[in-house]
Design a binder for this molecule. Structure first.
Ligand SMILES: *[C@@H]1O[C@H](CO)[C@@H](O)[C@H](O)[C@H]1NC(C)=O
Ligand SMILES: *[C@@H]1O[C@H](CO)[C@@H](O)[C@H](O)[C@H]1NC(C)=O
Ligand SMILES: *[C@@H]1O[C@H](CO)[C@@H](O)[C@H](O)[C@H]1NC(C)=O
Ligand SMILES: *[C@@H]1O[C@H](CO)[C@@H](O)[C@H](O)[C@H]1NC(C)=O
Ligand SMILES: *[C@@H]1O[C@H](CO)[C@@H](O)[C@H](O)[C@H]1NC(C)=O
Ligand SMILES: CC(=O)N[C@H]1CO[C@H](CO)[C@@H](O)[C@@H]1O
Length: 268
């Protein structure tokens, strides 16, 4: 905890000092905390027939990272998982799509790719068992007792699902979650932090307010929901690195998740 607080204090100072220069170095270790570009530092690992991207130091705190439809092949997903690793967590990001995630540019240019086909075959019946292997891997192969979920977009739904009683996760964060149900939100049995943007088409204002009501009235859990101005859907992972507002929202959502975990993880 102390080291995390110093990390934040140093980072805060450094962030201000470096604002606008495009480098976010950790003054303690001289490595970037949040990497937006560069080479991933983790590796792939097959476990129980599922491919994982794993990254981060040995730790008593673990994160299951639930990717968006771009999967663990997307550079930004690997770099973001690495960033959680630099914050002190051992991270496992399972491949939800068995090597066939959405191509980076599917919205504009992906002949032959059909997002609906991908979604139709990526139902909870398929994804839940993959998630379960990853949680099992953290708890029983890495001996990690405190497990957090960090989910983005498609993966955000699995933050809610794994926070249900006995689903294996202690605490969660979801950025611009999509395709979830009210029942999944109401069923959480651990604290949750949600990040969304005013340009997030998956959480328009009426749905966002519904989520707020569900969190407030239908659960007894700690929660928060942060709205980032001018932040488009997907901002937690993919942003225009030349747009300071988007970069700010992405970084702030990352620190939202880290501070949430540090504050509300059950003490061991
Ligand atoms: C994953 O894809 C491989 C081919 O790349 C296939 O052999 C395997 O059956 C697939 N697994 C699942 C669970 O769909
Ligand atoms: C697992 O972690 C606990 C503490 O969290 C420790 O007491 C135990 O020795 C560890 N077991 C192994 C096999 O590393
Ligand atoms: C939630 O989990 C706690 C254990 O952390 C348990 O004591 C409690 O009964 C659960 N609450 C609900 C509503 O399931
Ligand atoms: C949630 O509770 C608040 C305060 O009691 C109330 O104003 C609001 O209508 C409730 N929302 C729903 C959806 O029940
Ligand atoms: C990224 O942001 C910069 C600065 O706001 C802008 O000039 C550029 O057009 C944006 N690129 C895309 C692809 O939107
Ligand atoms: C190297 C290796 O064994 N890769 C396998 C990992 O698991 C996936 C299924 O998710 C297989 O398709 C790979 O062949």
């Amino acid at each position: 905890m102390l080291s995390f607080l110093s990390f934040l204090a140093y980072y805060g100072f450094f962030y201000i000092a470096q604002a606008g220069r495009g480098h976010k170095h950790c003054p303690v270790a001289d490595v970037p905390i949040i990497a937006h570009t560069g080479d991933p530092v983790g590796k792939f690992h097959n476990h129980s027939g599922v491919n994982y991207y794993i990254t981060g130091p040995p730790s008593d705190k673990g994160i299951v990272y639930f990717s968006d439809v771009y999967g663990i092949e997307l550079l930004e997903n690997k770099l973001l998982a690495d960033s959680y690793g630099r914050a002190g967590y051992f991270v496992v990001a399972p491949d939800f799509f068995n090597g066939s995630a959405a191509p980076r540019d599917w919205v504009n240019n992906a002949p032959g790719f059909d997002i609906q086909t991908l979604l139709d075959r990526s139902t909870p019946e398929v994804i839940d068992p993959i998630v379960a292997t990853a949680i099992d891997y953290l708890r029983y192969h890495r001996n990690i007792s405190r497990v957090a979920a960090a989910g983005y977009c498609f993966g955000g739904r699995y933050t809610f699902r794994t926070l249900a009683e006995d689903n294996g996760v202690d605490i969660g964060f979801a950025a611009h979650p999509s395709y979830f149900t009210s029942e999944e939100v109401s069923a959480i049995n651990g604290s949750v932090s949600v990040a969304t943007g005013d340009g997030d088409y998956s959480l328009p204002p009426d749905l966002r307010h519904q989520v707020e009501s569900l969190l407030m009235n239908n659960t007894n859990q700690e929660y928060e929901l942060a709205l980032y101005g001018r932040a488009p859907h997907g901002f937690g992972v993919r942003v225009n690195n030349s747009d300071p507002r988007q970069v700010y929202a992405k970084e702030e959502a990352f620190f939202q998740a880290i501070r949430w975990f540090e504050t509300w993880f059950n003490p061991q």
